[in-house]
Ligand binder design. Structure first.
Ligand code: FES
Length: 116
């Protein structure tokens, strides 16, 4: 019962909701330190937005962003690995054990997925 309540709470905060189940290996990774479930080979962007309300914040004004073109052209979906590698979220597939950050590692402030 607690799992259903938790899943419903997550869905209400999510920007995207998967309408149709997709085959694929179930994996876990972290987003801003929070462990989340995903399907291997989903995009980083889809994974982040199915677990939260935004992909990242704009570097210049802080506005919430969710990507724009979703095909690798607009540069609006940069996220980072914990090691500091910058990734284009819409064209990068998720892998088990990834540790993703929605802010550059130099900014240690918690992102939208940080536990309060
Ligand atoms: S959303 Fe445009 S490059 Fe990723």
């Amino acid at each position: 019962m607690a799992d259903l309540a938790e899943r419903d709470a997550t869905r209400h905060r999510a920007q995207l909701v998967r309408a149709v189940a997709r085959d694929g290996r179930a994996i876990t990774l972290t987003i801003d330190g929070r462990e989340v479930a995903a399907t291997e080979d989903d995009s980083v962007l889809a994974t982040i937005l199915t677990h939260g309300p935004r992909l990242r914040h704009l570097e210049f004004g802080g506005e919430p962003r969710a990507g724009f073109c979703l095909m690798g052209a607009c540069q609006d979906c940069w996220v980072w690995t914990a090691q500091g590698e910058r990734l284009r979220a819409c064209t990068t597939p998720v892998r088990a054990g990834m540790a993703l950050l929605t802010l550059p590692p130099a900014f240690a402030a918690p992102g939208p997925f940080a536990t309060p």
